[in-house]
Write a protein that binds this ligand. Sequence first.
Ligand code: IDP
Ligand code: MG
Length: 152
Amino acid sequence: MTVERTFVAIKPDGVQRGLVGEIISRFERKGFKLVALKQLIPSRAMAEKHYGVHRDRPFFNGLVDFITSGPVVLMVWEGDGVIAGSRKLIGATKPLDADPGTIRGDLAVNIGRNVIHGSDGLDTASFEIGLWFSSAELNDWLPSDQAWRVES
Ligand code: IDP
Ligand code: MG
């Protein structure tokens, strides 16, 4: 396993429904390390860049309307296998197909209101971290209990 970083965003529905603490807690308890965090209301231009791969899909405009509709909480998490590991914590895109125990499986019912975004690979993680954060906003730090999470 190599240490990776991934981009995770709590979407406007997650913020409006008061799920920020619940979601962050799941990543912390898993043992991943938070290296960046901020809240903002995305501009249309940023939302369109972020979801650029979906530009030609029928749901694109509705998705951009939704993502720009209120505050989102943006994070970068670091750890061994954190990209795939986060997608497991998050669960399937369609919340009704997401396993119980996952964030979408436990906290959402609708694909258009599925609470959270997570990068799906190394390239998208790198693109999305660079899109939403400057390098000065990414913190290198060592948790004091690191030796109790990771074998040296
Ligand atoms: P992901 O968020 O699990 O990576 P993607 O297929 O990358 O899923 O789609 C990005 C987002 O677009 C989804 O999280 C969801 O919010 C939205 N989306 C995807 N498919 C649909 C759809 O069929 N209707 C409405 N929204 C959709
Ligand atoms: Mg995706």
